[in-house]
Design a binder for this molecule. Structure first.
Ligand code: B12
Ligand code: SF4
Length: 454
């Protein structure tokens, strides 16, 4: 049996200007590891990292003629993955997985191919070997002819209830370790699955994933993986924790200190604007001493109206206070922002820009760095805002996503600029203007601490 796993492409064509690093598809790596452990012949093609145009990807898969093609799918590349699957004109079995299948499975079942399609929602690593062997022990949630859906939720035999020792064969990721533009060399880990918060724009929100428990790895298993990385890649000096939300509370701050302190690594991860609310300055210093070098924080907006509509704290002073605490501990911040939320006005956008500026100046006061990552709002399937827009009769066409080349030419980061309609109260040009200004908050320098002007 031959299995080909595909990290699905974001673009139809090869974009010669696109030369960004991409992160390894860890979920597919876990699946590949289990298949290999079961003695199944498996290969992973990363169409994002290798910038493989759709036509070439179809040719490569057709030439390899695997018995199974397993691919992930996202709202933004739904149409590309559909076309890929419908263009495979040889007998094979298609398996589609990833977080967005919880919302997309009905549409996937209608794809036009004579090949069988199996959709998996939730963890893929344990069920995939049994799909390949034809011995799945769960009843399908849906079975229609040669199409079926398996839900790997809390009632499934295939849920990875303890994610500690599932094992990850890093040889699936030729693009790792990654050398960052700031000079450090980094490997990626996943230490937990699922998020405890409920942001209305996010597909990982708790309310959308109630049957899929939040799980954390044990301290010992994370330490064991860090040791493995240190031994396998002696030149790696930085670790990025890819979890939706690694630092969520005081307890998780303590856990991070425990696992990273024995190592010389610097490390970075996501945190929430509320994470540090009850965390004392000693623990914050401990975090820094454990190697925490930069935190990624979803700030999203500076407008109380917008913040409230997306379920973040509407009290902007809480955001400033908590992020200031991070700066005081000597830790840098990358703030994520979104412009173009439904009914967002220019006044709301101005408040966001002002907040970004304020945070930049605070970081300078503390001798730390602040940088921004800014997105245009896109409705993801079944998120709360998606439903609200649908109820208002908006023509969502959420899968009709096009790369936003004009924005990419202005600000780079091709892999993150996509357009699927303007839902704000202002002209698109204004949204784009705020995105550019906020991305360029540090001028040409990546960090505020390096900036010489403003
Ligand atoms: C890290 C991350 C990334 C990384 C790595 C992406 C990757 N390919 O793995 C980077 C930064 C590159 C990235 C990019 C994008 N991401 Co992202 N990402 C995440 C994040 C924070 C964690 C993913 C992760 O590693 N989880 C841990 C692993 C163990 O879980 P997993 O990947 O889900 O895989 C498990 C299961 O889902 C399943 N599974 C996954 N694939 C398959 C395939 C098969 C065949 C099977 C059977 C099962 C299966 O089995 C895996 C093991 O249990 C999630 C949030 C989240 N909660 O998932 C967003 C998330 C998945 N990303 C999202 C999006 C939109 C994107 C982009 C499209 C953004 C963009 N550019 O516009 C791109 C897609 C690029 C691509 N093709 O890779 C959305 C998806 C929403 C949606 N409806 O589409 C999420 C949910 C965040 C959000 N804002 O809501 N992302
Ligand atoms: S945006 Fe972040 S904090 Fe909010 S639900 Fe998604 S993963 Fe959780």
């Amino acid at each position: 049996m031959k299995v080909l796993l595909i990290n699905s492409p974001l673009f139809r064509y090869k974009n010669l200007l696109y030369d960004e690093d991409s992160l390894p598809p860890i979920g597919l790596g876990y699946i590949g590891t289990q298949l290999r452990k079961s003695g199944i012949n498996v290969r992973l093609i990363d169409a994002v990292d290798n910038r493989i145009p759709l036509v070439e990807l179809i040719e490569t898969i057709t030439k390899a003629k695997p018995n199974f093609v397993g691919t992930n799918i996202f709202t933004t590349n739904y149409e590309l993955v559909k076309e890929l699957v419908e263009s495979l004109h040889f007998p094979t079995h298609i398996v589609v997985g990833g977080l967005s299948t919880k919302q997309l499975y009905q549409q996937i079942l209608t794809w036009n191919t004579p090949n069988p399609i199996t959709v998996v929602t939730g963890d893929g690593e344990l069920i995939m070997s049994d799909i390949v062997r034809g011995s799945v022990k769960d009843e399908p949630f849906i079975q229609q002819g040669n199409r079926r859906v398996f839900q790997v939720n809390q009632d499934s035999k295939y849920l990875v209830s303890d994610i500690s020792d599932i094992g990850l064969d890093r040889s699936f990721f030729p693009n790792e370790p990654i050398t960052h533009e700031l000079g450090f060399t980094e490997a990626n880990i996943v230490a937990s699955r699922g998020c405890v918060y409920n942001c209305t724009f996010c597909a990982a929100a708790r309310s959308l994933n109630k049957d899929y428990p939040v799980r954390e790895r044990s301290d010992a298993s994370i330490v064991a993986e860090l040791n493995e990385i240190r031994n396998a890649f002696p030149h790696v000096n930085s670790i990025r924790v890819l979890d939706d939300l690694f630092l969520k509370s005081e307890k998780s701050v303590q856990k991070a200190i425990n696992v990273f302190s024995p190592f010389d690594f610097q490390w970075r991860s996501m945190a929430h604007v509320q994470t540090f609310r009850n965390v004392g300055i000693d623990l914050m210093r401990g975090l820094k001493e454990s190697g925490c070098f930069e935190l990624f924080i979803g700030i999203e907006s500076g407008s109380p109206k917008i913040l409230s509509s997306i379920n973040k704290t509407k009290d902007v002073s809480v955001i400033i206070e908590n992020i200031n605490k991070v700066f005081s501990a000597g830790i840098n911040v990358k703030g994520y922002f979104i412009y173009g939320f439904p009914d967002e006005t220019e006044e709301d956008m101005e408040m966001t820009y002002e907040l970004a500026l304020k945070l930049k100046h605070l970081s300078l006061d503390h001798g730390t760095n602040f940088r921004t990552s800014v997105f245009q709002y896109r409705p993801y399937h079944a998120t709360q805002i998606y439903h609200e827009l649908e109820a208002q009769g908006k023509n969502l066409q959420a899968t009709q996503v096009t790369p936003n080349s004009a924005l990419s030419e202005l600000v780079g980061r091709y892999q993150f600029n996509f357009h699927s309609g303007n839902f704000s109260a202002v002209e698109y040009q204004t949204v784009e203007d705020y995105i550019c200004r906020t991305i360029n908050i540090n001028g040409v320098n990546i960090f505020s601490g390096l900036a010489t002007n403003t």
